[in-house]
Design a protein around this ligand. Structure first.
Ligand SMILES: Nc1ncnc2c1ncn2[C@@H]1O[C@H](COP(=O)(O)OP(=O)(O)OP(=O)(O)O)[C@@H](O)[C@H]1O
Length: 366
């Protein structure tokens, strides 16, 4: 599934825009503040009905406008599709797939899956483990939609166990009720760990391959780091039982897959602590590219990759490598202040959009 055209009204800096997206690479260029990221965000918003930039979505409506509206035309082997998103702050979003209203766009097959790289996504390498866990769980859900419920079930069981720990501490409940929740938590926990492990195992070789291809030198590794050593639910129950006194002291569950991490390593050391900014960026790009390939293999269609300002911190060789990779397969949209930062962008197979004066113009600057 590819996205072929985006039309919008009153989104961020645009009063209106109508742009064609290439089946391969599309380059969006313009000066700082021109509205390049806004266009990328608009594509994401049209695909998912959500912003990839802000939790306060009223920000996406153009200053002075009441509502925003986006339409995304897509195409697959079976024909054309259309997604539309209408958003008026304070009201429920109006989402449609092929003309029919839908509650959300998550499971909608009329649109491509989408994967986004914004500069602040480097937090995925640099930030707290919770970000990596949640990213990993999103990849699990994208690869195997039927398993999306495992994390929700685990979180619900964890909340229940924590509430029970607090009640026991306060003398309102007895310890005798804990084993039932431990069993429930362990059952979902083991399933969650198995899904995470299977996902990372599939991503690992592709990650290493892309890291090498993009010029991230040295031995590079993606590794799943589960907190628990348990091989089955009974093992996790036993680990929980061993720690019950400290859990009761703290009032929450200190052990289990809600403490897992995903490690990006180079030469045996964490990229987070020892990598340069450029190396961290290449690590994250390698992960997104590995995920894209794995999704294409599992789901039969590669996600649309949206890359904001990835070229500025890469040297000429790495820009070259990334661009040729992006031109090779799948659909990608990349923003840049300088077209020359995307080597080969003058080729006919690369679609170009130039942003100037609040308008998105097809083709390059005259
Ligand atoms: N709701 C909104 N209504 C109107 N304009 C907005 C809105 N939200 C942001 N903008 C404007 O959008 C512009 C920033 O656009 P954007 O972030 O897309 O720039 P960019 O081209 O990606 O720049 P850079 O190269 O610096 O990253 C700013 O001028 C900002 O004022």
């Amino acid at each position: 599934m590819i996205a072929t055209r985006l039309s919008l009204r009153d989104f961020r800096s645009y009063s209106a825009a109508d742009v064609r997206l290439g089946p391969g690479l599309t380059v969006v260029s313009g000066r700082n503040g021109a509205g390049k990221t806004n266009l990328l965000e608009a594509i994401y918003f049209a695909c998912t009905g959500r912003s990839c930039r802000t939790a306060n979505e009223r920000e996406v409506v153009r200053f002075g406008a009441e509502l925003t509206r986006l339409e995304l035309a897509c195409e697959d082997a079976l024909g054309r599709h259309e997604i539309s998103v209408g958003f008026k702050p304070g009201d429920a979003k109006r989402l449609k797939a092929d003309g029919a209203p839908v509650d959300n766009l998550v499971g909608v097959s009329a649109r491509p899956l989408v994967s986004v790289f914004l500069p602040d996504r480097l937090e995925l390498v640099l930030g707290a483990p919770a970000l990596r866990r949640s990213h990993l769980d999103q990849v699990v859900a994208a690869l195997w939609p039927a398993r999306a419920g495992t994390r929700r079930a685990y979180s619900a069981a964890l909340a229940q166990r924590n509430a029970l720990l607090a009640s026991i501490r306060a003398g309102r409940a007895s310890k005798a009720s804990l084993p039932a929740w431990d069993a429930e938590l362990a059952r979902h926990g083991i399933a969650l760990m198995a899904d995470r492990d299977a996902t990372v195992e599939r991503l690992r070789p592709r990650f290493a391959e892309h890291a090498a291809g993009l010029g991230l030198e040295g031995e590079v590794e993606l590794r799943y780091r589960p907190r628990s050593k348990a091989a089955d639910a009974a093992g996790l129950v036993a680990e929980l039982a061993e720690r019950v006194e400290s859990d009761l002291e703290r009032g929450f569950t200190g052990h289990g897959p809600h403490r897992d991490d995903l490690a990006f390593r180079r030469e045996g050391r964490e990229l987070r602590a020892y990598g340069s900014r450029g190396q961290q960026r290449l690590g994250l790009l390698s992960l997104l590219l590995a995920e894209r390939e794995e999704l294409a293999a599992e789901r039969g269609s590669a996600p649309l990759l949206l890359l904001d300002d990835v070229m500025s911190e890469l040297d000429a060789t790495r820009r070259e490598r990334l661009t040729s990779l992006l031109r090779r397969d799948g659909q990608a949209v990349i923003t840049t202040t300088e077209l020359e930062h995307v080597p080969g962008s003058d080729a006919d197979d690369v679609e170009k959009i130039f942003i100037e004066g609040g308008r998105a113009l097809q083709g390059v600057e005259a």
